[in-house]
Structure formats: C-alpha cells, structure tokens
Ligand binder design. Structure first.
Ligand SMILES: [Zn+2]
Length: 154
C-alpha cells in the first residue's frame, strides 16, 4: 500500500494479519503520522550476490547469468556480444518469460507492477562491460562542447 500512503489491510496473500500483531494494529493507518508520504517501487538496486541468494535470480558465475535475457557465457547468445545487432537483443524477456526463466520465484516479483525491468544492474559488477565508456564519453563531451568551448586556458 506504499502508493496509497497507508499500511496494508491484508498480507501479500490477501489474508488478514494475525489479530493483535503490529501489522494488524497498523492496517489502514497512514505510513507516516506527520506527513502524507507515498511511494512507488522505482528500482531494485542490489549486489549480484544478493540478487542471486535473496531474489533467486541467476548466479552471476553460472552459464546463464542474466535476469533480462537468456544470454550465456558460451558461444550461444554470448553476453559479451555488444554489437548493435547482437543476437540476444531479440531474446530480451518480457515479464512472463522472466518468471518462467527462474527456478524459484521471490514473492516480490509476484507483486503487481514489480517486473524484471525494476531490476537495476549492479554497477560495481557490470561497469567493466561497457558502462564506463558512456560515462567517460559524456564527461569528455561536456568538457569539450559545454564547459570549455573556445577556451585555451584551463
Ligand atoms: Zn542477458
């Protein structure tokens, strides 16, 4: 009930909370007593190890390490194929294919609106695969065309 700004009235399986529990006593109350906070799940940002152990996503060291497509560490749909026409582009999962690809599903992914697209890449572990080139190029572009055009002094 994050979006409504109220504590849930039922648990994730649509069952009532145990009478007398903290959640039972909070049901329907504002999430915050002093401000009408509301929220949405924007991204699930976490470490690859956490994603595997807690969210049951593919292990980063496995032959099929990806939660977004069936790419592999082998020669079939190789994950390190960064060409514009890489074969894995045509195999990116929709939410149903994502759920079907998992051997175990974390209940988080059964919540309406929580899709595999809510997963943020673990920057610390994927930046070597090409993200840095965009950052570096963006900084150079900013310096050359916006901050220092025509200047000869630094
Ligand atoms: Zn992939």
């Amino acid at each position: 009930m994050l979006f409504t700004g109220e504590h849930a009235k039922l648990d994730m399986n649509r069952n009532p909370f145990p009478v007398g529990s903290w959640l039972y006593n909070q049901r329907g109350n504002p999430l915050c007593s002093w401000y009408p906070f509301r929220g949405i799940l924007w991204k699930i940002r976490s470490d690859l190890d956490y994603q595997n152990k807690e969210l049951y996503l593919p292990a980063h060291g496995s032959a099929k390490p990806c939660a977004w497509c069936p790419c592999t560490t082998g020669t079939h749909l190789p994950l390190d194929d960064f060409r514009e026409n890489a074969e894995w582009h045509g195999h990116v999962y929709d939410n149903m294919a994502f759920l079907a690809s998992l051997t175990k599903i974390n209940p988080l992914f059964l919540v309406t609106g929580v899709l595999n697209y809510c997963l943020a890449a673990d920057w610390m572990h994927v930046k070597h695969m090409g993200i840095d080139q965009y950052y570096a190029a963006s900084v150079i572009w900013l310096l050359v065309f916006i901050l220092l055009p025509g200047r000869t002094e630094i």
